[in-house]
Structure formats: C-alpha cells, structure tokens
Design a protein around this ligand. Structure first.
Ligand SMILES: [Zn+2]
Length: 427
C-alpha cells in the first residue's frame, strides 16, 4: 500500500504542467529523415506527442523556444570511464595515493560535465572499485546530476592483462588479484568474475580481450583470453541477462571474442575484412573511440608523458583507429558512438562526431550511432534512442543545423533528461 506522502506526491506529479518545445528542426533518429517546425510535447518524464507546426499549451504549461535550433534524442556515449580522467604522468601514481571515495567524488563532477555536453546516457566500461555503481544509483535517485549510467563496474582481465590492476607495480605490493578483483585464469574464475559483477550491481560485463595502450605492459594487441574462458564469460553473462563489451586492438583476440558471441568490440584497431565479415555474421557492434586513439597519439609526442612501456604503443596504435572506422563503416559493420572519455577529458565527448564524419560517415549516421544504435546496444530502444510518442523525454538541441556543420555537436545548448531541463540556450 502507498504511504499517504507517496500517494500525495504521485497526484502532484500527474498535475504538473506539460512542456512545449518548439523546434525549428527535429531529428527523430528512427530514420534519416529530418522534420521542420514541430512542437514536442513533454508530459512528466515522457514524450506525449510530436506536433507538426508550432503550438503552445495552457497558461500553466512551460514553453521552450528552440525555433533556431535542431532538436534530437539525448546523446549516448557507449564507452566512458566516468569516475576517472587521465592527467599525464601522475595518473600512474593515483592508484597508490587515491582511495575509492576520491574516485566516487571525481565521478560526480565528471557525470555532470557529461550530461551538460548532451550525453543523457552512457555506458561506463570499467572503474577501479565499483564506484560507478554507487554513482549510477545516486543519479537515479536524484541525489546528484548526471547521465543514465549502464556500468560494467570493474573490467575483467587475465593475469598481467590490460585491466589487471597490479600491472607495473613492485612484486611485494602486487598480491595475487583474483576473480573478485577482475583477474581470471580458467573457466571457473571466468564464471565467478561474471557472477561477482552481477552481485556488485553491474549492468553489463567488460573484458579486455587483448593488450591495451595505457596499461604498463609490453603488448598492446596480443590475445589475452582463451576460447574456453571467453565461452565461460559469454555463457554466464547471458544467464544473468548481461551484455559483453570487449576492449580489443589485435585481430586474433577480437575474432575469438566475436566468435564467442560478445556484444560489442571497442577500439578494434587491427580489424580487417575478415573481421568485418565475422562481425556482420554475429551482429557484433563496433564502438570505435577515435578520440582516444588521437589523444594517446598526440600525448606520445611529449617526453615523459607516458611510462616507457606505454609510449611506443600509444604512438603506433593511436593514429590507426580513424582509418579502421572508415573501413568498418564502408564494410557495413554496425557502429555505435563511443569516446573512451576518461582518457580524454569528460565533457569533450562531442568531438567524436567530428572524427566520425572525417572517417566518412554522414552527419546523420554519426548522430544515429549516438542515439538509435546506442539504444539498441544497451537494449533500451523501447524507451530511449529516438524521439517518438511514449518514449522517455531525453532531448538535446544545438543552434543551427548539425547536418550542415557537425562541429555544432560540440556545443549542445539544450539538455533535457527524463523530462527535466538541465540546460537552456543563453538568451
Ligand atoms: Zn576504455
């Protein structure tokens, strides 16, 4: 039975005024079409109707004038690390100097920046201490402001692999991290690591199927999981209703993961024609993160920015991702938008649109990768990802037309999440 106070607040919510958003252009994102001069009526946290032409509600209703703007669904970044941000050489010291609470508090700040950049939904693909689970819960409860978070919590690696948290540390402080810490060897530990993440409150699973750039380890692309370990991860994740995002640069490791039935390949640097064929067969999504590639390539030019083992990997792998995206797009692989923000700064996420267009995607394709395809990837298309009657009111706008100038996606001027306005254009 509802308490009196809760019942009263429900009545109050129903009586709230509607919001009438008059938009010069509208990208619903369920197709390539663009509409002109429409009014989107938002009631509570949902889109009530899309009306052709400008209309206003009653006196009690709110009117938002976006007649010189383009309105589109809230943006979705499918690859972030919202509780941390690389800040040069000292980043590698932070694991010895910071605690869980420090990351949690950083996350509050980064989540808000992400939301104000127009990203109303993110996947968080790896944290240190499950602090992104607490952040997600606090945002959902309205305690702090940020995007809807679908988090993998702590990534799963193998010993010495890309997400082994003790890589590069002195033997005497390494200990022997196991499944709970996200380091597995063999089938039983693979299963345990997935089940532990379920218990920890993760929404999905992230594994590091090959070496990576920023870890203090020699190879940035060797395969790091065996077929039986991958199968154990995928089978267990499916039992618990979780999808699997896979960090991968090298071809062999990523192809093993695709064949095992994972959901998305992140970065994907050395994928080729054979890999594309395999991805199309298995309906695997590609999340390119070109921004992260460009960022590490740029920083590799600075002496002392990265540890010695990291620098050559950053210089070699980083610059290749843009071309990989160009090839994957031409081959017809399904692409979802992702930035790996936390490598580059949170709030800069919109730059990825510019790079996607540079790689040959049409502006509308890049926008749909960050809306419609994101929603499919996290299995939320029934409530998010397009502007349609009855969907959740996650809406953003830019001044002018982003299809004429994709750089406008870096200047989001209106943000609504769940029917609540967080940003309006400056008058
Ligand atoms: Zn990442």
């Amino acid at each position: 039975m509802l308490s009196v106070a809760l019942a009263a607040s429900l009545i109050c919510t129903q009586a709230l005024a509607a919001t009438y958003i008059q938009a010069g252009k509208l990208i619903p994102a369920n197709s390539d079409k663009v509409m002109s001069e429409v009014t989107v009526v938002v009631d509570g946290n949902k889109i009530r109707e899309i009306h052709q032409g400008y209309i206003t509600g009653g006196e009690q209703d709110e009117l938002v004038d976006l007649k010189t703007h383009t309105l589109m669904p809230g943006l979705m970044d499918m690859h972030t690390h919202v509780t941390s941000q690389h800040n040069g050489p000292s980043s590698y010291m932070e694991r010895f100097t910071l605690n869980e609470a420090d990351y949690a508090i950083k996350g509050v700040q980064y989540a808000k920046r992400t939301l104000l950049a127009g990203f109303t939904t993110i996947r968080n693909l790896g944290d240190g201490y499950n602090e992104s689970v607490a952040l997600r819960n606090a945002i959902n409860k309205g305690v702090v402001e940020g995007p809807r978070i679908f988090t993998a919590a702590k990534s799963i690696a193998t010993t010495g692999g890309h997400a082994d948290p003790t890589n590069g540390t002195a033997k005497k402080i390494q200990g022997d991290p196991g499944a709970t810490d996200g380091v597995i060897n063999g089938v039983a530990e693979a299963r345990k690591a997935v089940r532990q993440r379920y218990k920890d409150g993760a929404d999905l699973i992230k594994i590091t199927a090959t070496g990576g750039v920023l870890s203090v380890a020699k190879s940035g692309q060797n395969p790091q999981f065996m077929d039986d370990e991958l199968k154990a991860i995928v089978d267990t994740a499916k039992d618990y209703g979780m999808t699997i995002a896979v960090h991968a640069h090298g071809k062999e490791g990523m192809e093993r993961a695709i064949k095992a039935g994972v959901t998305s390949i992140e970065h994907g640097t050395y994928m080729d024609k054979q890999t594309f064929k395999l991805m199309k067969k298995h309906q695997t999504y590609y999340v390119p993160t070109v921004m992260a590639g460009n960022w590490v390539a740029e920083k590799a030019k600075i002496d002392g920015f990265f540890p010695e083992l990291v620098r050559p990997k950053a210089a070699t792998i980083g610059p290749l991702i843009l071309q990989t995206l160009a090839n994957a797009h031409k081959a017809g692989v399904k692409i979802a938008f992702g930035t790996d923000s936390g490598v580059s700064a949170h709030g800069d996420n919109g730059l990825e649109f510019v790079l996607m267009v540079e790689a040959g995607m049409k502006p509308i394709e890049a926008i749909r990768a960050a809306t419609y395809h994101g929603a499919i990837l996290i299995d939320q298309l029934d409530s998010l990802g397009t502007i349609e009657d009855g969907k959740l009111a996650d809406l953003v706008a830019v001044s002018g037309d982003p299809l004429d100038d994709i750089k406008r996606m870096q200047q989001i001027s209106f943000v609504m999440k769940n029917g609540q306005i967080y940003k309006t254009p400056e008058a």
